[in-house]
Design a binder for this molecule. Structure first.
Ligand code: MG
Length: 501
């Protein structure tokens, strides 16, 4: 009898323990909360710059760990090969041609612009804010530098960072507007000396060469509080300061769902790193900068673990465009991909992309096609929010959580508002080719479009159009349908200086 009672007693413990372990997650405070989203966005980081993407010397253990435990994507793209349009697409889930956030003459936004991201756009921050998320941005904005276009006017509660690229706002150099006037008057040749002088400054950078401000902007009960906290920015400490700000944002918002967008200023030239990372890598100043960036990612993931937030946080790391090849060894590498920043070759638009969410993401290397615009749609889906109409982003949550096939089978490559190439499955069709700024090849409009098989030829070296006439025909039909599917908006960047005319 005693033995039977003992068995029943033990069975009841096992049974209750079983019930308890099933029931426990629902009782954990915050477990029913939608996931936090952290979006880490490097500037001009190339496809080949991380250890996990094949770099032989740059040591990126924190990113590699996230990649090994989560998903590392091989075929992930941005919507444009330069900063501003790429960032606009990331935050709106829409092609730059749809939003007007592109330029045919002026590729990105410059200081003292009269416009910026339109109010009519529904940013990821606005959409998540409406779902009760705390929203913060730490880093480079580059979607309009006038206060009415600041991130706090586009759904972010808090912003600490720089309004445009870290090489804009030169000291003792002509402004962008003055240079444009010189080119209009005397042709491109007239500015070559200015650029030669600037190149020396890029390659031996000193903080005082630039007058870039660090802005802190907050949404308050009565409106907004904007202040310049440092000018010129001490760029040596930019990654360290951004990391402190990001960690503090996470700590302040640990008890509610949050969205943290962290667009790093680095490794965009001029390159700067803190004293601790000077000479720390095998790869010179570029290697030092990458390793400090990796340290920053490590500090953020450590904070998530310490606060028990890792298992309820989707963390994404990617880059805004390919490496700036003009910058000698101060620019990164696209690895085996062709060309770099500014082009619709793979090196300009295919970027590293790492997704981490311990316990939720099905780990592995993913060779499905993904776009930065999909981060918008995926985040909203995971947050349980409704999706706006006319999105170009697609929901990747099935790939992330269950390794399903990506809903994205194709991808349109735009540069300067012009559709230049199209990918469908393994094939990429080039209508127009052109190298990065001041790099070969010269612009060619192909009478007969060039076809590459990207899986067999990721370096885009071999034209296989003659062997696959049906593929070319089918892809041209898709391009026609895409062009007919939307009218698009006029370029806003080309009009950013209309007020000075
Ligand atoms: Mg960039």
């Amino acid at each position: 009898m005693l033995k039977r009672n003992l068995i029943l007693f033990l069975a009841s413990i096992v049974f209750s323990a079983g019930c308890f372990s099933n029931a426990a997650p629902a009782e954990v405070p915050g477990a029913k909360q939608p996931p936090n989203v952290i979006l880490l966005f490097a500037d001009d980081l190339g496809y080949g710059d991380l250890t996990s993407y094949g770099h032989p010397y740059n040591r990126t253990p924190n990113l590699d760990k996230l990649a090994a435990q989560g998903q590392r994507w091989t075929d992930f793209y941005v919507a444009a090969p330069v900063c501003s349009p790429s960032r606009a697409a990331l935050l709106t889930g829409r092609l730059p041609n749809r939003t007007g956030m592109y330029g045919r003459q002026i590729a990105v936004m410059f200081p003292n612009a009269s416009n910026g991201l339109p109010d009519s756009e529904h940013t990821l921050a606005e959409a998540l804010q409406a779902e009760g998320y705390a929203t913060g941005i730490v880093g480079k904005w580059h979607l309009g530098d006038a206060p009415e276009f600041y991130p706090t006017r586009h759904g972010f509660d808090y912003w600490y960072g720089i309004p445009y690229s870290n090489d804009m706002d030169w000291v003792d150099e002509p402004t962008f507007v003055e240079l444009a006037a010189l080119v209009a008057r005397e042709g491109r040749q007239a500015v070559s000396q200015v650029f030669a002088k600037r190149m020396r400054k890029y390659l031996e950078p000193k903080v005082e060469y630039w007058n870039v401000p660090v802005v802190r902007s907050q949404k308050t009960v009565s409106g907004f509080k904007d202040e310049v906290v440092e000018r010129p920015a001490n760029q040596h400490d930019v990654t360290k300061n951004h990391t402190k700000e990001a960690v503090s944002f996470i700590q302040r918002n640990k008890n509610k769902p949050f969205f943290l967008y962290m667009p790093f200023s680095m490794p965009h030239t001029p390159l700067f790193r803190s004293a601790e990372f000077e000479g720390s890598s095998l790869g010179g100043i570029y290697g030092d900068v990458i390793e400090e960036l990796d340290w920053s990612v490590g500090a953020i993931s450590r904070t998530l673990r310490e606060l028990n937030l890792a298992e309820n946080t989707l963390l994404v790391f990617t880059s805004d465009n390919g490496p700036w090849l003009l910058m000698d060894n101060h620019g990164g590498s696209a690895g085996l991909l062709r060309n770099g920043k500014g082009t619709t070759y793979e090196g300009g638009m295919r970027v590293p992309a790492i997704f981490s969410w311990p316990g939720r993401i099905a780990p592995g290397v993913v060779s499905e096609i993904g776009s930065a615009m999909d981060i918008y749609t995926t985040s909203l889906t995971l947050a349980g929010a409704d999706l706006p109409d006319e999105l170009d982003g697609m929901d990747l949550s099935g790939v992330l959580l269950r390794r399903e096939k990506s809903p994205r089978d194709g991808l349109f490559y735009y540069r300067s508002g012009e559709l230049r190439a199209y990918r469908k499955g393994p094939f990429k069709l080039h209508l127009i080719s052109e190298g990065a700024y001041q790099r070969p090849p010269d612009r060619v409009v192909h009478d007969k479009p060039v076809l590459n098989h990207l899986l067999h030829d990721p370096g885009e070296r071999f034209d296989v159009a003659a062997q696959h006439p049906d593929v070319v025909k089918d892809m041209l039909k898709d391009i026609e349908a895409h062009r007919a599917s939307f009218t698009g908006n006029e370029s806003l960047f080309d009009r950013q200086y209309d007020h000075l005319r």
